[in-house]
Structures are given as structure tokens and as C-alpha cells.
Design a protein around this ligand. Structure first.
Ligand code: HEC
Length: 132
């Protein structure tokens, strides 16, 4: 490394600390990058988990008869349109509806696992069509 040659055995460490002394802004910038990188990786990972959960939710919705009443992809039919349910209802209320059922809707507590219901809730929470 040329720095080491020129300075005659100066360690990489002191080279770096010299840069930090001379350019405090670089220090601030690097620190910021180091602090935020892991958290943005983490949020990317949790984002990927959400995408996967939504996809599973969509499949459960098809496979367990929701479509039968709510139409393809929940676009409405014999039962309410769910395309903007995420705007209208809280997660908690959606979960309750699926678990317990409603006036004309059966409850799914005995049919679906907690994880499956979670996936449905996450998927439905994301349904936020602006119109309808
Ligand atoms: C037998 C028909 C039927 C099936 C099957 C069915 N639903 Fe429903 N669902 C209804 C009806 C009817 C309503 C309207 C309110 C009521 O009767 O409780 C409703 C309401 C809802 C609501 C509240 C929407 C609103 O605006 O009132 C959600 C959320 C929902 N259903 C989700 C699901 C999910 C998820 C599944 C599958 C696990 C499912 N439903 C299966 C008939 C059904």
C-alpha cells in the first residue's frame, strides 16, 4: 500500500484516524452510514416477510372459500367487496371477523391456524383501493 511505503511503516489504523482528524465531516458521514445500514437491511428483511405473508394470505383466501362469497380476490359478490377493507377496518376488527364470523359469515377459528389468519389479516390490511 502506497501510504505505508511513503510514511515508512505507518499503520492503516493511524492513516484512518488521521483522515478522521482532518475531515470530521467524513467521520460523521461514515458513522451515519454504519448506524443506518443495518437498520435498513432489517427493514428490507421485514418488508420481504410482509410480501411473503401477503402472498400466502392471497392463496389462503382462494383455497379456503373466502372467494366463494367475496368474489375473486375479494372484489365482491354475495358478500362485501374487500378491495379497500384496509382503509375501512382495523387489523383487529378484520381478525375478529375472520375468527368469529359475522351475521352471515362463518367463523374460521376451527378451520384456519393462527398463522393462516395472520397472513389473511396482513393481506387484507394491504387492500386499500381508493375507489369503491
Ligand atoms: C358464506 C359466505 C362467506 C364466506 C365463506 C366468507 N365470508 Fe366474509 N363475509 C360474508 C358476509 C355476508 C359478510 C358481511 C357481514 C356479515 O355478514 O358478517 C362478510 C364480511 C367480511 C368482512 C368484513 C367486510 C365488511 O365490509 O363488512 C371481512 C374482512 C371478511 N368477511 C373476510 C372473509 C375472509 C378472509 C374469508 C375467508 C377466510 C371470508 N370472509 C369468508 C360472507 C362470507
Amino acid at each position: 500500500m502506497s501510504v505505508i511505503d511513503v510514511e515508512g511503516g505507518v499503520s492503516v489504523y493511524s492513516f484512518v484516524s488521521r483522515i478522521y482528524d482532518r475531515f470530521p465531516m467524513v467521520c460523521v458521514l461514515l458513522t451515519t452510514v454504519f448506524l443506518f445500514c443495518p437498520s435498513s437491511f432489517a427493514s428490507a428483511a421485514s418488508q420481504a416477510k410482509l410480501v411473503a405473508a401477503r402472498e400466502r394470505g392471497r392463496q389462503i383466501f382462494q383455497a379456503h372459500g373466502c372467494e366463494h362469497c367475496h368474489g375473486a380476490n375479494g372484489s365482491g359478490g354475495r358478500a362485501p367487496d374487500l378491495s379497500n377493507i384496509g382503509r375501512r377496518w382495523s387489523k383487529r376488527r378484520i381478525r375478529h371477523q375472520i375468527t368469529v364470523g359475522g351475521k352471515s359469515m362463518p367463523g374460521f377459528a376451527d378451520v384456519l391456524s393462527r398463522d393462516q389468519i395472520n397472513d389473511l389479516v396482513i393481506m387484507l390490511e394491504f387492500q386499500r383501493a381508493s375507489k369503491k
